[in-house]
Design a binder for this molecule. Structure first.
Ligand code: NAP
Length: 374
């Protein structure tokens, strides 16, 4: 099943599936409201289940006649509970996929996670549940997949720290004074990756790296102090693990989500690939430098939310999501994004959430509070 099938990650996955029709059948897809795209995919892959996370009326004739269609907020969760499938690839943005992921864990399915927000907000519930059910959450994000590969066969106790690499985003060389004037079009011009609009803006503010830090804490059971960031402009080294004996292991591949995707889909095996690989027959210069947190305050705020724990990562995520949406609509300046997040984090009192429902409530509340600071 592929949830978030109509997005940027979804397209990469579909490309991969076209290449490996002999290995995989796409049985279910989900999205928020892109009905035409869903219909096209369902016809091409003859899917059996379609979940649409809205109450839009659906013209059944558009979809394959034998499709089961689920609609509304619980659509993805219901589709998971009632379908016959082996792998769930969760690439729906936002929190919408939390319950579907939980259901897939309880059914002990193979789960590939691309969506940051799910682990950032509900990692406290999902990761222990996965461990209890002996389900491995396979990280598809290039950085986390790199760490996952570097840790293979290693004793976790021998990990000193990890280094998540960051391309630096489209504004890495922009003067701090000029950030005020940055337009959505400039911030969307990513130097090395082609991604969805929201994550590209997150890449420009470094909020994306902050979300990845929070995600890594849960996926790899690390202390916040064990997660470091290095800006690596070439985006060839996708992350590194430093061990207590001083050795550092890195994962290197060309800039394509198809590498981590292949790794997850075929895990624990490796599949031959026709993708262009990094060639050391040519001169390659690799650079690494610390991020400028004074200029890109979203990273500092994300790390502060992780240190604070409790609901703060959810508050950070919600305020950031709201602010990015407003920036993309030209309603706020680029530099207002961290200000809105910071004020929202100050305004909301922290506590330890006891249920996923509280996470959803908090997401709603943080967005309401964040709007006050526009
Ligand atoms: N793009 C990357 O390279 C990349 C890398 C690492 C991690 N990620 C993470 O992967 C996720 C997807 O990223 P993306 O770049 O593919 O985003 P995207 O292009 O904006 O696509 C988002 C996908 O999620 C679906 N969706 C959004 N809200 C939904 C909801 N409430 N219920 C069900 N489906 C919903 C969208 O459906 P509609 O088309 O109907 O709106 C679309 O299929 C994000 O969490 C992102 O942080 C992306």
């Amino acid at each position: 099943m592929l949830f978030g099938a109509t997005g940027s990650i979804g397209s990469s996955v579909l490309e991969e599936l076209r290449e490996h029709r002999q290995h995989f059948d796409l049985v279910g897809i989900a999205a928020r409201s892109s009905l035409d795209k869903l219909a096209e995919i369902s016809r091409e892959f003859s899917v059996k289940t379609v979940a649409v996370n809205s109450d839009v009326r659906i013209n059944l004739a558009k979809f394959c006649p034998k499709c089961r269609i689920f609609r509304g907020e619980q659509a993805m969760a219901e589709a998971v509970s009632t379908s016959d499938f082996d792998i769930l690839l969760m690439a729906a943005s936002g929190l919408a996929g939390i319950r579907a992921t939980m259901n897939a864990i309880l059914l002990k399915k193979k789960i590939i996670i691309a969506s940051h927000e799910i682990i950032v907000t509900a990692g406290k519930f999902l990761c222990p549940l996965a461990q209890k059910n002996q389900v491995r959450l396979l990280p598809m994000d290039s950085e986390h997949n790199a760490i996952f590969q570097c840790l293979k066969g290693e004793d976790r106790k021998s990990v000193k720290q990890i280094w998540l690499t960051a391309s630096g985003g489209p504004l890495v060389d922009c003067d701090a004074d000029a950030l005020d004037q940055v337009t959505p079009a400039q911030a969307l011009r990513h130097p090395t990756w082609s991604m969805g609009r929201k994550i590209t803006i997150d890449s420009a503010t470094l909020a994306n790296k902050g979300l990845e830090v929070i995600e890594a804490r849960w996926l790899f059971d690390l202390k916040p102090s064990q997660i470091k960031i290095t800006v690596h402009r070439q985006s060839l080294v996708h992350s590194l693990v430093e061990f207590i004996d001083g050795s550092i292991i890195a994962q290197i591949s060309e800039k394509s989500m198809r590498f981590p995707l292949k790794n997850c889909l075929f895990y624990p095996h490796r599949q031959p690939s026709n993708l262009k690989t990094v060639s050391f027959d040519e001169v390659i210069n690799l650079s690494f430098q610390p991020p400028d947190e004074k200029k890109f305050r979203c990273l500092t705020l994300a790390k502060a939310s992780l240190e604070a724990g409790g609901i703060m990562p959810t508050v950070f995520n919600a305020a950031n999501d709201l602010a990015v949406g407003l920036f993309l609509e030209n309603k706020i300046k680029f530099t207002q994004i961290p200000t809105i997040i910071e004020r929202t984090m100050h305004e909301i009192e922290n506590f330890e959430p006891e249920s996923v429902k509280e996470i959803f409530d908090l997401d709603f509340e943080a967005r309401r509070v964040a709007k006050v600071f526009i």
